[in-house]
Structures are given as C-alpha cells and as structure tokens.
Ligand binder design. Structure first.
Ligand code: ADP
Ligand code: ADP
Ligand code: MG
Length: 500
C-alpha cells in the first residue's frame, strides 16, 4: 500500500478521501488555494501545501504544480476526486511520467471514455444501446448537423463532447432555432471545457437517469456495484440520488448491469467508473456517458454494500485484484443522498455566497454527512456551491425517506441561503414517495422553494443548542474534518463529547 497520497481536490470530497487514507494508515496530503487556506479539507489532512491563486485555473487545475509538490514531498500516488483534474488524460499521463500513481483509470481509459462522442461509439461497438444521435465531426459543418438533427427528429439536444456537471447542453425545440443554439453551445463549450466540439442527440421525453457503478482491476476483472437513480435534477445536475432505483425490475437491472460491464471489459477499464443511462417511459435504456472517476453520489452505493469505494480505488491502483466476484455482491436496504448547496432555489438556483455563521449537521443512526465546510468557512464565487452531502440508509425506501426528512429538518446552516427546504419539499412529495421520478420532476410538479421569508435565527439557534453533534464538534475543535469521518459513528461522537 502507498505511504503518502496527495488529494488534488477541495471541499467535501477531499475531506472524505483524507478520512479513508487515515483509516488505512496512509499519510494524506492536501493542496489549497489562497481562498481555502483554512478550509476543512486543509485541516483534515496530515500535511498541506499551497497552490496560490483563487480561481480553479490558478490553483486546483494546475497539474504541473501539483505534481511538483508531490515529487518534492515524497508522494506515491494522487487521488483527483471528482471535477478538476479527475477526467484529464494528460494529467494522468503526466503523473505516470513522473513516476506517481494516478488513482483512477489509465490515461488511455480516460481518453477512450472521457469524450462523450468517442464513448458512445465504443459502447455502440460493444453492442450497448446508445441515445440516438449523430456524433460526426463539426468539420462537416452546420448544414450537415442540421440535416442529421432533422433526421433524428425535434426536439434534439446539443451537447458539448467534453461537457460535464450539467453544463454545455442545449435543448432545441425546432429547426429554426438550431443555428443560433449551435453557435451559443460551441462558444460556451470552448469557454467552459476548452473544446468547442458539439454533437446532437435525440431529446428523450421524461426519462429517468439510472447509472451503474463499475470497478475494474488491472487483472482484467470488471464488476458492477449496482445502480443509482439520479433523476431528481435541476439544470441537468443531480441533487437527490438513491439506490436501488424504484424503476428497475430484476431483469432490467441484470441487462443494464451486464451492458455496463461488457462495455468496460471491451476497453480493459480499470478502477472506478460510472456508466450513465437514460431509461425512457417504455423501459428502454440508452447509454449516455461514462464518468471515469469517483462520482459525487458514491456514498449511497457504499451504504447498501458496506464498502469504502475510496479504499477500493486505492487497492486497485496499488495493483491488487478486486476482492470480490459479481455474485458475492448483495446490496442491503435503501440509501438516499441529498446534495446540500449554497443556492437560492427560489431565484433560479442562484449560488449564494458568504461566511457560514453556524453549521450543525444532523446525526443519528444510519445518517452520514460528508461536509466540505464548517463554522466560519467562507463560501466564495470561485468553486462549486455544494457544501455537503446528507446520506441516510433504511431497511426499506420508506424508512430511508422518513429518516431523510427527519435529518433535513435538523440540518442547520446559517449565513448563506441553502436548498435544504427545497430538498425537504422533494423528499416529502407524494410522487417522489411513490417512486415516480423523472429528470423533469421539478418542472412537471412545479416544485418551488418556500417564499415565506427566512426562518428567524432564534429558531435555528434553539435547534442547534439541542443538537448533540454540536457538543461533540465543540469538544474536538471546530473545522476538524475528522468529525465527519466516512462511517460516522454516533457512539464514537458521543464519547468524544464526553471526553472519554
Ligand atoms: P456526478 O456526475 O459525479 O454526479 P456532477 O456531474 O455534478 O457529478 O459533477 C461533479 C463535479 O465535477 C461538479 O463540480 C462539476 O462541475 C464537475 N465536473 C464534472 N464534469 C466536468 C468536466 N468535464 N469539466 C469540468 N468540471 C466537471
Ligand atoms: P453531464 O456530463 O453534464 O453529466 P450527461 O450527458 O450525463 O451530461 O447528461 C446530464 C443530464 O442531462 C442527464 O441526466 C439528463 O437529465 C439530461 N440529458 C442528457 N442527455 C439527454 C437526452 N438525450 N435526452 C434527455 N435528457 C438528456
Ligand atoms: Mg452525466
């Protein structure tokens, strides 16, 4: 196993990776921008080194600088988390060239699947159904694209080949809107992803988003770790995720799982990946894309399988084979995740910035909180506005839903506007409870954030004062990311609080 691993990321995922490293006896190294000097991810790591600058381009995207730090301080491997450099094949290659292990797939694996157009082709070649579309080159010109769009039939979706995080996508309702939409889409793709390549897909009506976690090892074994349903989205980005999917029959699950594994095997994929599909109203599934990294919503899989996926990533990166066969994997119960964002759901999900004045996540049996912030953390404009993830487990979906609702009610964040109330509306909606979710759920059911003004601070403070978690946290010193360790044990917290 590695001695020292550098985490090339920030926020909740960097804190979460550090806790697994520490549990495995591996020294964790954080890197940080100026704005993140005293961020929880810095405090939770064993060592931390500055990157300088604030924007992602100046800091967390500076692959060369990160590799230089890794070399100087004797780092064996780099974990890229998600976003930033995680799907950057050149960075994975640069790590390899520097003799440092990149904890993820090979540069070849990222190249083969990271680009949406190439991935669709690879999947289609492996016999996996893909969303109907045209993925020819832009060099054939807008006329060709218009012709293909017409063949596919409107509405169509324009997509950036290098897109991610729900960005770089545009629905086109009719032919006459195509030229303008194409131009905007190209411009946005170039600015956001440094690659202006755009392709066109059939816009599937009211689909569900169902994805499969896959894992491959360097011995050529590939398994899937079952599905996650991520249909609740705003702006094409997930905010609520769960497993198992209420939509899958055992037969459909089997077919989709087989398709995901087959495709990964065909290209010799190693380490963690996620194969995303859309499932239409008729129950037909279509490949969407592969994320060649750890996924934001991986904790729901960890909860139902009792696995630590980061630990598994490390073992595989170190050359160990997968420690289980497909047949040995038996998910238990139901897990749900809610992404807690600093944003104003009532005002177009506008990101909210400011200093966090009070931060009291809920705790209790089968409740896990992965936080990237603490009291006094400044939520800036520079990075993604996700503050934390709230994950719960229940024996049944119904039990998990009730637990989630309870936990959301007790999640206190003061200083920035959050989507907590909005999430509560979703979780308690009768259509959600019935499992009738689709990617346009929020629009179809017109889910709106409360407009009845903010809850008085006194109410929050009273709630916070009653929280046992707060006491545990105070004892340990604020900002200690370890208070949110992966398998957060309320009993351990209680003893920390009592000082034993
Ligand atoms: P997931 O697919 O893991 O559920 P998201 O799609 O929300 O999660 O993306 C995770 C994070 O990575 C977000 O912060 C998003 O902005 C970022 N991200 C994902 N893909 C890309 C990409 N191709 N380029 C830049 N950032 C990306
Ligand atoms: P990203 O890289 O940003 O995650 P994806 O291709 O995975 O992009 O798509 C993100 C979301 O956009 C999907 O989960 C779905 O809600 C919507 N979407 C993508 N492609 C289609 C499509 N062809 N038809 C309908 N919705 C789509
Ligand atoms: Mg996606």
């Amino acid at each position: 196993m590695f001695n020292k691993v550098l985490i090339a990321n920030r926020g909740e995922i960097a804190v979460r990776i550090a806790s697994t490293l520490q549990q495995m006896g591996v020294t964790s190294v954080a890197v940080y921008s100026d704005a993140d000097r005293s961020a929880p991810h810095v405090l939770s790591a064993d060592e931390a080194y500055p990157l300088e600058g604030n924007s992602a381009a100046e800091s967390y995207l500076r692959g060369e600088k990160i590799i230089e730090i890794a070399r100087r301080y004797g780092v064996d491997a780099i974990h890229p988390g998600y976003g930033f450099l995680s799907e950057n094949a050149s960075f994975a290659q640069a790590c390899r060239d520097a003799g440092i292990i990149f904890i993820g797939p090979s540069p070849e694996g990222i190249r083969a699947l990271g680009d949406k157009v190439q991935a669709k082709k690879a999947m289609a070649d492996a016999g996996v159904p893909v969303v109907p579309g045209w993925s020819g080159g832009d060099s054939d010109g807008p006329d060709r694209l218009a012709k293909e769009a017409k063949k596919i039939g409107y509405p169509v979706l324009l997509k950036a080949a290098a897109g991610g995080g729900g960005k770089g996508m545009r629905v086109v309702a009719a032919e006459k809107e195509l030229p303008a939409a194409l131009e905007t889409c190209r411009r946005e793709a170039a600015a956001a992803f440094g690659n202006s390549r755009v392709f066109v897909e059939k816009y599937i009506a009211h689909p569900r988003h169902v994805e499969f976690q896959i894992f491959g090892d360097s011995q050529g074994n590939v398994v899937h770790l079952f599905e996650r349903e991520c249909s609740i989205q705003r702006r094409h980005q997930k905010i609520v995720e769960e497993t198992p999917s209420p939509a899958l029959t055992p037969q459909l699950r089997g077919r989709m799982g087989d398709a995901a594994v087959k495709a990964a095997k065909a290209i010799g994929y190693a380490n963690a990946g996620t194969v995303e599909f859309l499932v239409d109203e008729a129950g037909q599934f279509y490949f969407l894309e592969v994320n060649t990294r750890l996924q934001v919503e991986h904790p729901v899989t960890e909860m139902t399988l009792g696995l630590d996926l980061v630990a598994l990533q490390l073992r595989i990166a170190a050359g160990e084979p997968l420690p289980f066969s497909q047949e040995a994997l038996r998910p238990q119960g139901h897990a749900i995740e809610c992404r807690i964002y600093a944003e104003d759901s009532a005002r177009g999900f506008l990101p909210s910035t400011g200093v966090i004045r009070a931060y009291h996540p809920p705790c209790g049996p089968f409740i896990r909180v992965d936080s990237g912030v603490a009291e006094s953390t400044e939520v800036s404009v520079y990075y993604d506005a996700m503050l934390a993830k709230l994950i719960v487990w229940g024996r049944t979906r119904d039990e998990a839903l009730r637990r989630m609702s309870w936990a959301l009610r007790r999640f206190v964040v003061l200083g920035v506007t959050t989507n907590i109330e909005f999430l509560q509306k979703i979780i308690t909606h009768q259509e959600f409870a019935a499992g009738r979710t689709q990617t346009d759920f929020l629009v179809v059911h017109d889910i709106k954030a409360a407009s009845d003004g903010p809850i008085p601070n006194e109410v929050y403070m009273a709630a916070a004062a009653a929280s046992e978690c707060q006491n545990g946290r105070k004892q340990k010193g604020t900002g200690d990311g370890r208070a949110n360790s992966v398998y957060d044990d309320p009993w351990q917290r209680a003893s920390a609080w009592r000082g034993v």
